[in-house]
Ligand binder design. Structure first.
Ligand code: GLP
Length: 240
């Protein structure tokens, strides 16, 4: 029952109720929650109030709506710590999840100007342009476009990038990946990204650009990634 005499808004109390039911797995992932009409009758509140609670949880990625059908419980977002320079393969392994990649492009091209500058290359130097859909447990999580100097990794193959690039660089080539700088921005998915990520166009995505270095300070990759914002949240611990 909702508490009408407390300063917590009714829609907020309904959100808490729904979250608790999801937590307790009474409302299961992928299953429909009770309709707005049922909830408004159960709590004796207006449908507007229920709608506000549900909309807030849809916006937070806890629920999703399917047109003409109903509202469903979304999968939990993956929590990605912003600590430690890890690869996609390592991140998934750490969670006990399988990972794979669908290769969209594997080309050697003249470096675009911004990439050339970021990788400290001369004008005529070539780069790999590798585009991969990164998949966890059969679900697309991100699209990544990786630029790496061709000269640094002359024997890279499509086979290798189907697996882990970091594994190849460190274990097969014996080079040390030492640090990176990462920039995270919010965006709306364009048509192509939406198709590859299996989301509707204009859904929120997180765009991440990472520039990584080999020890002592040789830039070796610039990676532009688009992560599904409904599947990921980034966590950082901060000290004062
Ligand atoms: C993450 C990073 C990328 C990095 C990739 C390497 O996804 N965002 O910048 O290139 O990991 O992953 P893997 O070693 O699995 O190819």
């Amino acid at each position: 029952m909702l508490k009408k005499n407390v300063p917590l808004p009714l829609y907020y109390q309904i959100e808490e109720y729904l979250k608790q039911k999801i937590e307790e797995e009474e409302f299961e992932i992928g299953k429909m929650i009770p309709s707005e009409r049922e909830l408004s009758e159960r709590f004796e509140v207006s449908r507007m109030t229920v709608r506000q609670a549900v909309t807030n949880l849809v916006n937070a990625g806890v629920l999703y709506r399917e047109k003409g059908k109903g509202t469903y419980v979304a999968e939990k977002k993956l929590e990605q710590p912003l600590k430690g320079l890890t690869s996609f393969t390592e991140d998934m392994k750490q969670r006990g999840m399988s990972s794979s990649s669908q290769l969209l492009a594997f080309d050697v091209i003249a470096a675009p100007r911004d990439i050339r500058e970021k990788l400290d290359l001369e004008e005529e130097e070539k780069v790999y342009c590798i585009q991969r859909i990164r998949i966890a447990e059969d679900k697309p999580m991100a699209i990544e476009t990786t630029f790496m100097p061709h000269e640094l990794l002359p024997n890279l193959t499509e086979d290798i990038v189907h697996g882990s690039i970091y594994q190849y660089v460190e274990h097969d080539l014996g080079m040390a990946i030492s640090q990176a700088r990462q920039i995270i921005e919010a965006r709306a998915a364009d048509e192509e990204e939406a198709e590859h990520l299996n989301i509707s166009p204009h859904s929120p995505v997180l765009h991440i650009e990472r520039k990584s270095f080999l020890a002592p300070s040789v830039p070796f990759e610039v990676v532009k990634s688009t992560y599904r914002a409904d599947r990921y949240k980034f966590i950082t611990d901060i000290d004062r």
